[in-house]
Write a protein that binds this ligand. Structure first.
Ligand SMILES: [Zn+2]
Length: 142
C-alpha cells in the first residue's frame, strides 16, 4: 500500500464499492433498454414510425457509446487498485485528494493539473475566437 498512503483502507473500499455499483447500474440499465428496444421494434410496422425509430436508434447508440466509454474508464480506474496507482495524478504524480475522488471516482488528474488543462482549453478557444474575429475584419475591409 505504499502509494496509497493518502487514502485510508476505508476510503479505498468506499471508492471501489462506488465504482462497482456504478458499473453494475450501467450494465443493468443496458439489458433493460435492450429488451424494451426489441419489443418496440417488433410492434412497429408503420412506415410513419420508421424515421422516429431511426432517430431513437442513433440517439440510443450515442448514449450507449458514452456509457461504454464510462465503463471503460471505471475498469481502468479499478485496475489501478491492483497496481496501487489509483488516486495518483497521471500528469504530475501528485496525490488526488479523497473529496475529489469520491465526487469523481474516475478522475485521472489532480485538481491543479485539471485546472491547467481547462485553462489551456480556454486559451485555445479564445485563440480561435480572436482569429475568426480578425478574419471577419479582413473580410469587411475588402
Ligand atoms: Zn497533477
Amino acid at each position: 500500500m505504499k502509494r496509497f498512503n493518502h487514502l485510508t483502507i476505508k476510503q479505498l473500499k468506499e471508492l471501489k464499492e462506488k465504482m462497482l455499483a456504478e458499473k453494475e447500474r450501467i450494465l443493468n440499465a443496458h439489458s433493460v433498454k435492450d429488451e424494451q428496444f426489441l419489443i418496440a421494434k417488433e410492434d412497429q410496422s408503420d412506415d410513419v414510425d420508421l424515421a422516429n425509430s431511426d432517430y431513437e436508434n442513433s440517439h440510443m447508440l450515442r448514449l450507449r457509446n458514452r456509457e461504454i466509454f464510462y465503463v471503460k474508464k471505471l475498469d481502468s480506474a479499478l485496475a489501478k487498485f491492483d497496481t496501487e496507482e489509483y488516486g495518483i495524478c497521471e500528469d504530475c504524480g501528485a496525490e488526488i485528494k479523497f473529496p475529489r475522488l469520491i465526487a469523481r471516482p474516475t478522475a485521472e488528474l489532480c485538481i491543479n493539473c485539471k485546472e491547467e488543462s481547462e485553462m489551456d482549453e480556454m486559451r485555445s478557444l479564445q485563440g480561435r475566437k480572436s482569429k475568426s474575429y480578425s478574419q471577419a475584419v479582413d473580410f469587411s475591409a475588402k
